[in-house]
Design a protein. Structure first.
Length: 192
């Protein structure tokens, strides 16, 4: 039962909704089906959430809170290589924590564009890019910094279908991202 990881009713609703959204798509899932899977009445579900959008927004807010905390922390740090490497380490952990949400986002991109969370996610990615790249760096280094971030997304999305231990795949992806940011930083400091 999915509630062992997250015990309260609100979180059980989120877990079951995410499972159904993944199985049949966001558009094809009804609140009635979510209630049935939970073995509760629709009224009991309504007590917590009135719409599917409320459910997905709550999931988004809960699972991406570590990224917001990372952005707040990173904004107070010097823009050193060590800080950028730590941003990537923490981002890797946050992505791993939110992986069910990111799978939903990948499989429901059209729906995501219509929901408010799509714009929030896009703005958050621009902020993450700004934390990693130096605007005055050579363009190749700026691309390396952006690529470090999106290497982590690609690793999470596409390596899920590759045989192997999840943690090993996460660490391999993080290693490549750190290599990119390190290479960009050394090139940048070499020119300074």
């Amino acid at each position: 039962m999915s509630s062992t990881r997250r015990g309260n009713t609100r979180q059980r609703i989120q877990d079951v909704a995410l499972e159904l959204f993944a199985e049949q798509g966001y558009e094809k899932t009804s609140l009635r089906e979510i209630a049935e899977r939970l073995e509760v009445t629709k009224a009991a579900l309504y007590y917590h959430f009135k719409t599917k959008e409320e459910i997905i927004i709550s999931i988004f807010e809960d699972l991406t809170r570590p990224i917001d905390e990372l952005i707040a922390w990173a904004g107070t740090q010097p823009r050193t290589l060590e800080t950028k490497q730590e941003i990537l380490r923490r981002y890797s952990e946050a992505l791993s924590f939110a992986s069910p949400l990111y799978r939903f986002m990948q499989e429901n991109q059209a729906t995501l564009r219509e929901l408010s969370i799509g714009e929030i996610f896009k703005q958050r990615m621009f902020t993450m890019v700004d934390l990693l790249r130096a605007p005055d760096a050579p363009m190749t280094d700026q691309v390396r910094c952006v690529s470090a971030l999106f290497t982590m997304h690609a690793g999470m999305m596409f390596l899920q279908h590759v045989e192997g231990d999840q943690e090993e795949k996460r660490q391999a992806t993080l290693s490549v991202a750190i290599d990119l940011i390190t290479q960009a930083h050394h090139t940048d400091t070499g020119r300074a």
